[in-house]
Design a protein around this ligand. Structure first.
Ligand code: SAM
Length: 273
């Protein structure tokens, strides 16, 4: 790839003042961006789907690692900056102007793409829940490498019994391996957000048989929606749930945060059956 100007110059030249409404906190440190781009493993010749490339810092790191990147950006002010990057790495970057929430990413990124993104916080959780949902498994993506607020990242990888264990932990772990890959200090961003961030890495594994993802989502939403309540209270509105607890020998006086991921899976399977 031919030499590109520093990201600060790109931001200045294209007038990319950070928009709060679009969740814009840019990363400019090339070494840090290279470290994030290494989280999914070697990317030479791999396809990558990036949400929100902004001025293109992470995109540069991905392209330099040899990936073929499809990126979706909502802010059209960023497009000329991304065009420069595209010209510097012919054939390696396709940029689509649009809203990642409204796009069929399996269609545009293709089966087997790695998803790598410094997500806009306002849409991050919605995209994450969508990527982890659905009954098609393995999914279209090969891995997810995603920047979240550290508190959200900790919820994703949390284990039962911890205060951060909840719906996101079960959705991320019942048919994927989820790990916290690195923490990123708030001062690494321009402008710095109020809180610390962290990158999570998710790889799909075999899905347990006979479980509907929609059922599991309903159960975790109900159970953790009233996490201080006993299961017999929080699950009583879900048809078949209390019977499933009894059948499985799960004490209905327990609270959601004490149930392992496998126990949620077993409840969903019993209800599906
Ligand atoms: N990837 C860049 C980086 O690491 O410096 C920018 C990350 S910034 C946290 C989030 C980016 O997502 C911004 O460029 C913002 O314009 C873009 N964005 C916000 N909402 C979006 C949406 N719904 N669809 C696509 N991109 C979006």
């Amino acid at each position: 790839m031919k030499d590109l100007p520093p990201l600060r110059d790109i931001i200045k030249r294209h007038g990319l003042s950070a928009s709060k409404a679009l969740g814009q906190n840019f990363l400019l440190d090339g070494q840090l961006l290279d470290r994030i781009a290494r989280v999914p493993g070697p990317l030479k010749g791999e396809r990558v789907y990036e949400v929100g490339p902004g001025p293109g810092g992470l995109t540069r790191a991905l392209v330099s690692a040899g990936a073929f990147v499809t990126a979706v950006e909502r802010d059209r002010r960023c497009l000329p900056a991304l065009d420069e990057l595209s010209e510097a790495a012919p054939g390696q970057l396709q940029v689509i102007e649009g809203d990642a929430l409204a796009i069929d990413e399996a269609q545009i990124a293709g089966e087997g793409a790695h998803v790598v993104a410094n997500l806009p916080y306002n849409v991050g959780t919605a995209l994450f829940v969508r990527w982890l949902g659905g009954d098609e498994w393995p999914p279209w993506w090969k891995s997810l490498t995603l920047m979240f607020q550290q508190e959200v990242a900790e919820r994703i990888v949390a284990k039962p019994g911890s205060g951060t264990y909840g719906r996101l932990s079960v959705l991320a772990q019942w048919r994927s391996e989820a790990k916290l890959a690195m923490k990123v200090h708030r001062s690494a961003f321009v402008p710095p957000p109020k809180v610390m961030s962290a990158v999570v890495h998710i790889v799909p594994k075999d899905a347990p048989a006979g479980v509907s993802a929609a059922n599991l989502e309903r159960i975790t939403a109900a159970a953790f929606g009233q996490r201080r309540k006993m299961l017999r209270q929080s699950l009583k509105g879900l048809p078949g749930a209390l019977e499933a607890l009894e059948q499985l020998g799960i004490d209905s006086e327990r609270r959601a945060e004490t149930l392992g991921v496998e126990e949620f899976v077993a409840i969903a399977r019993t209800i599906s059956a």
